[in-house]
Design a protein around this ligand. Structure first.
Ligand SMILES: [Zn+2]
Length: 206
């Protein structure tokens, strides 16, 4: 990577590690190859497309390198739930997007973090090629490691464009994965409380 390009990344608060293996020309060639593979004509190829993808890569990099998960002291141990959190990721088998919603619930053990961190956490682990099953456990582990709660539960509902647009082309299939730990696993009532809250009909109407 040329020094000028490195400086530019640095000024944007990015390191060059994301592009070490993907120099600009190579990326452009790869994107052009994909463009032609899906039926694009070489003469219509817009070089700006690879620049746009690069900018998208920078956005993803920022999300997955986020680390400001400051924990606060809490003196209650009631369930906290973040529901309808936005999920966007890429299936690592086809590199096609899958997207949907995540619900995270936990019972604190003296430690909580700010409510906006629910979304930050989902973005952090989903901003790279993933498997929905693994993602579910990774979110659970992140909450466990960062907050050491009494219990935690995670549910993901997603649509996979690799199922929607290719292969079986199932347009109505929605995939649900869940993982629970601690008191959510040991106490049936706690688990039920979590599931009934996240599945209760209707969103907030303001
Ligand atoms: Zn796939």
């Amino acid at each position: 990577m040329v020094a000028k390009e490195k400086m530019k990344l640095k000024s944007k608060g990015l390191t060059d590690e994301i592009y070490m293996d993907v120099p600009r020309d190579e990326l452009n060639e790869t994107v052009n190859g994909y463009y032609r593979l899906i039926g694009g004509e070489n003469k219509n190829y817009d070089k700006e497309t690879s620049r746009r993808l690069r900018a998208f890569g920078e956005e993803l990099y920022r999300k997955r390198s986020y680390e400001k998960f400051t924990a606060f002291k809490a003196d209650h141990d009631d369930m906290i739930i973040g529901n309808h959190l936005r999920l966007f990721s890429f299936c690592e088998h086809h590199l096609l997007p899958f997207f949907g919603e995540v619900a995270i619930g936990y019972i604190p053990n003296n430690k909580i973090f700010g409510l906006s961190k629910f979304q930050r956490l989902v973005d952090k682990v989903s901003s790279k090629p993933q498997l929905q099953e693994r993602l579910t456990y990774q979110i659970l582990e992140e909450i466990k490691n960062r907050l050491e709660p009494k219990g935690v539960g995670v549910v993901i509902k997603a649509i996979h464009t690799c199922v929607f647009a290719r292969g079986t082309q199932s347009t109505s299939a929605e995939f649900t994965t869940s993982a629970v730990d601690g008191i959510f696993k040991e106490n049936h009532n706690t688990k039920q409380e979590f599931f009934s809250i996240i599945n209760s009909d209707g969103r907030l109407r303001l």
